[in-house]
Design a binder for this molecule. Structure first.
Ligand SMILES: Nc1nc(=O)c(N)c(NC[C@H](O)[C@H](O)[C@H](O)COP(=O)(O)O)[nH]1
Ligand SMILES: [Zn+2]
Length: 196
């Protein structure tokens, strides 16, 4: 039996496939939802927003677009999205992403971990937990900082295994030596060595 998180990671993967391939980033998909506490089969989940890399104009990330789309619907600027996210007793905000949110970006733009942690400002619960299908490969920033930064901000995170090859194949599609990079990224994780 597969983990109940898999369908959401697959939904993020479908979003990532809409992203225009570029050698300068990864193709990633994100889904933001509200989840009822103690609802193990997620029957009462409410999808709030989705996003994928470069969905919105400019050099935008999936998580960034997910928040921006929600902010637009609620008629606030992107940086005020935390103020319009729902706060409901007995429910938590959860984000699914195909790849670990970035802690640093070569472009110098605000990393997605910062956008996630900002939702918890002003005494708001904000994003409670982030689920992702792969750690960020070292292509651009080396050892990824995302998970450590989320922990530091008191935000839970969890790697949902099983779709690494699919996720990396989509993520690297715009890269020169995509296949090589996928193999390298898979090889790094002992758990996937058998399906390279
Ligand atoms: N989680 C995540 N979602 C995305 O939508 C995306 N594109 C990345 N990619 C992470 C990678 O580290 C950065 O794409 C490079 O560091 C280049 O930085 P820019 O994207 O140009 O700011 N990571
Ligand atoms: Zn990012």
């Amino acid at each position: 039996n597969t983990s109940p998180h898999i369908p959401y990671i697959k939904q993020c993967l479908s979003l990532a496939e809409k992203s225009p391939p570029r050698p300068t980033n990864f193709r990633v998909g994100a889904v933001l939802l509200s989840r009822k506490d103690n609802d193990p089969t997620f029957t009462d989940d409410r999808i709030l927003s989705t996003g994928y890399t470069m969905e919105l104009a400019g050099n935008t990330h999936a998580e960034q677009c997910c928040f921006a789309n929600y902010a637009a619907v609620h008629k606030v600027p992107d940086d005020q999205v935390g103020e319009v996210l729902p706060v409901e007793p007995g429910r938590k905000l959860v984000m699914y992403v195909t790849m670990e949110p970035c802690g640093k970006r070569l472009s110098g733009n605000a990393p997605c971990v910062q956008r996630i942690t900002r939702t918890t400002e002003g005494g708001r619960e904000g994003i409670h937990k982030v689920y992702f299908g792969v750690k960020e490969p070292g292509t651009f920033v080396g050892e990824s900082e995302g998970c450590r930064m989320l922990t530091q901000a008191g935000i839970e995170w969890e790697h949902v295994g099983g779709l690494e090859k699919e996720i990396l194949t989509v993520a690297f599609a715009g890269h020169e030596n995509a296949e090589e990079e996928v193999r390298a990224a898979l090889g790094k994780k002992e758990t996937n060595v058998d399906d390279v």
